[in-house]
Design a protein around this ligand. Structure first.
Ligand code: DQA
Length: 139
């Protein structure tokens, strides 16, 4: 099973960014653990702070992977372009958030990704990614 995690803006700062909300582990360390934990799967990871690069990566990942795990971060709440890309591709996308966006500011309650996602996992800290990977492997 070939899966890619696509992370959006500011997620390169995990570990130091707002640790009360996002924890204190950096993504590279966490990703190494995921690769070990799911060693029968082929996991890739891409991060960008740039909206168009995220759209390019979604288009590139289409048909290259069995599933896409997308945390579009702040673009989740603003980007019609990323929402359209998720709609345009045929590889299933699971939307992930580290925090429970519904327990936060109202502007985080809106997602342009969810309507076209296979499912949404949020609020479990970095474990949200584990759960998304498991959903592809077990589903
Ligand atoms: C986030 C939630 C978003 O609202 C926020 O802009 C992020 C991270 C999360 O994983 O909890 O950058 O997607």
């Amino acid at each position: 099973m070939k899966l890619i995690i696509i992370n959006g803006p500011n997620l390169n700062l995990l570990g130091t960014r707002e640790p009360d909300t996002y924890g204190n582990q950096n993504f590279e360390d966490y990703f190494s653990k995921l690769q070990f934990q799911f060693r029968d799967a082929e996991l890739s990871h891409f991060q960008s702070n740039i909206e168009g690069e995220l759209i390019d990566e979604l288009q590139k990942a289409d048909n290259e992977f069995d599933g896409i795990i997308l945390n579009a971060a702040a673009y989740t709440h603003t980007s019609i372009g990323i929402g359209d890309a998720v709609k345009a591709i045929s590889t299933p996308v699971v939307e992930v958030h580290i925090s429970n966006t519904f327990s936060r500011e109202k502007f985080r309650h809106k997602s342009y990704i969810s309507p076209n996602a296979k499912g949404v996992i949020l609020g479990f800290g970095l474990q949200s990614y584990d759960l998304a990977i498991s959903s592809f492997i077990k589903g």
